[in-house]
Design a protein around this ligand. Structure first.
Ligand code: SF4
Ligand code: SF4
Length: 507
């Protein structure tokens, strides 16, 4: 059991325990919609056309940016559209997507080409590239490209496998452990090969005895240990996990890699194993479907790009009006309906009854300080609230607004039902906008200053050139005059010597 407790957080009962947390494999969807914009970098470019037949695992969009990953077909079939579709995001913004209609066969690309089964013989660079071309991103919900994260942590001393669930009610990681515990152990061994990590710790909450037992049963590498941590929200947040398992504090604005820790979600480690050892790109993920409108919460292994409606068709829902969110009860993003598709960072679809979960009306802050006691990253949520409310963003940033992990603990305990996280999200968005505007102003100013400097330099160069020309002309004129004087003197001398000769001849 971990010896380093973290301050704050919440002990929450899982309100929607899955009757069975087994990972359910569902039939292939008839259609998938694959977004080309990922967490960072530019949008990937389609390399297939409408009407083209593609195989499962085939690259359908690529990107030159080395930080980003390509996009793969998650089923075999025909490309039927390349157009903009609404993304599962609060903004309701659209992004370019490739739509594939299934041929019902699930024919794969040849996975024997470029296979690195004996990865021990490969250089770390070959394996980083394998992770990149397999399209792996953080499966805990962050969606950050994994090859970049792994490369950044090249010299790390510890590999921390995050097997804790992101939020109460989500059980997809536990279901993944039950299904793939050996892959997790072997995936950690692949990571030993490409990093200098001396040890790996698989951190898991103590309310998952079955998953813990399986990991212990299959772990026969003495460099890998299983660490049980108390079941307390937000133990799965990276900074908090590093602190509670290793006792290392990650400074503000820094990451786990800055303190020598490579922290990866269990789903990411499974995906690394599949890519490096079995040469299979990331084409599916585990998703929890839960919420108070779901009769029996379940975990599904689903192909990327399958629609929410398709996934929900395998779930019994209560009759009535539903409210759908991506992610769980604490950090879920409310969506407008179910017209979305599963992406690499969809860990949970939460369906609540609309009327049961109508938000309570917020009252005035009574300065009870409860929010301050539960903040797991030691912020002062009450202060942040006042500064955010007054749009005093600089002050909120001084109070470490940017370290807020948006866990929602403060909003959860607030007796005045103030939606505190919404204020912080708004302030962060405002701050980002200010930074962007400042960058644009700075760019415009430096463009203006550069133009002024260039004009000044041209003027100076022109003046210097004119001066040089004048000087050259003067020198030429002086030289011409001197030459003329010499010629005239010579002519004078010749003329006078000629008249002297004539005079002598006349005598
Ligand atoms: S918990 Fe709510 S009411 Fe209490 S201090 Fe924080 S914001 Fe104010
Ligand atoms: S949402 Fe932010 S301020 Fe509130 S408890 Fe979580 S980290 Fe602290």
């Amino acid at each position: 059991m971990s010896e380093f407790a973290f301050k704050g957080g919440l002990k929450l009962e899982n309100p929607y325990p899955a009757d069975e947390i087994d990972l359910i494999r569902i039939p292939l969807p008839d259609k998938v919609i694959l977004p080309l914009q990922q967490r960072i970098g530019e949008q990937a470019k389609p390399i297939v056309g409408i009407g083209e037949h593609v195989l499962t695992g085939q690259v359908v969009a690529t990107i030159d940016d080395e930080r980003c990953a390509p996009v793969h077909a998650s089923i075999s079939g025909n490309v039927v559209a390349i157009d903009e579709q609404v993304m599962p995001h609060q903004s309701g913004l659209k992004a370019l997507c490739i739509t594939i209609e299934s041929d019902g066969k699930d024919d794969w690309v040849d996975t024997s080409i470029g296979c690195t089964e004996h990865y021990e013989l490969c250089t770390p660079e070959t394996i980083y590239n394998k992770i990149r071309v397999s399209g792996i991103v953080g499966m805990g919900g962050a969606g950050f490209p994994t090859h970049t994260k792994v490369q950044l942590a090249e010299g790390c001393h510890t590999l921390l496998v995050n097997a804790t669930e992101c939020e109460p009610g989500i059980t997809c990681d536990a279901s993944l452990i039950l299904a793939y515990s050996t892959k997790i152990i072997r995936g950690a061994e692949v990571l030993f090969h490409i990093s200098r990590a001396e040890r790996a710790i698989i951190a898991i909450e103590d309310d998952k005895p079955e998953a813990i037992a399986l990991l212990k049963k299959y772990c026969n590498n003495d460099r890998i240990s299983i660490e049980e941590i108390p079941t307390k929200y937000t133990s799965g947040a990276e900074k908090i996990l590093v602190k509670s398992v290793l006792g290392i504090e990650i400074p503000s604005g820094k990451f786990a890699s800055d303190v020598g820790v490579l922290c990866l979600n269990v789903g990411t480690v499974v995906a690394i194993f599949d890519a490096v050892v079995e040469n299979r790109p990331l084409i599916s993920r585990a998703v929890t479907v839960a919420g108070n409108a779901v009769k029996v919460p379940k975990n599904f292994q689903v192909r990327l790009g399958a629609s929410y409606d398709y996934l929900l068709s395998f779930t019994d829902l209560e009759e009535g009006k539903h409210k759908v969110s991506m992610a769980g009860m604490m950090m879920g993003i409310e969506l407008k309906g179910t017209n979305y598709s599963v992406t690499k960072n969809t860990n949970c679809i939460f369906v609540d009854m609309d009327e049961k979960s109508a938000p309570a009306k917020a009252k005035e802050c009574i300065r009870c300080g409860l929010c301050n006691t539960v903040c797991p990253v030691d912020l002062l949520p009450q202060q942040l609230y006042w500064y955010s409310k007054g749009e005093n963003i600089d002050k909120a940033v001084d109070y470490n607004l940017l370290d807020c992990i948006e866990c929602g603990c403060c909003s959860y305990v607030c007796p005045s039902r103030i939606p505190l996280v919404n204020y912080y999200q708004f302030s962060k968005a405002l701050y980002r906008q200010q930074v962007k505007e400042k960058e644009q102003t700075d760019k415009a100013r430096s463009r203006f200053e550069f133009r002024e400097m260039r004009l000044e330099r041209n003027k100076r160069e022109r003046a210097e050139m004119m001066e040089a020309k004048k000087k050259a002309l003067k020198e030429k004129m002086a030289s011409d005059k001197a030459q003329k004087d010499i010629i005239e003197a010579a002519v004078e001398r010749v003329s006078s010597s000629k008249s002297d000769t004539e005079e002598q001849d006349g005598n």
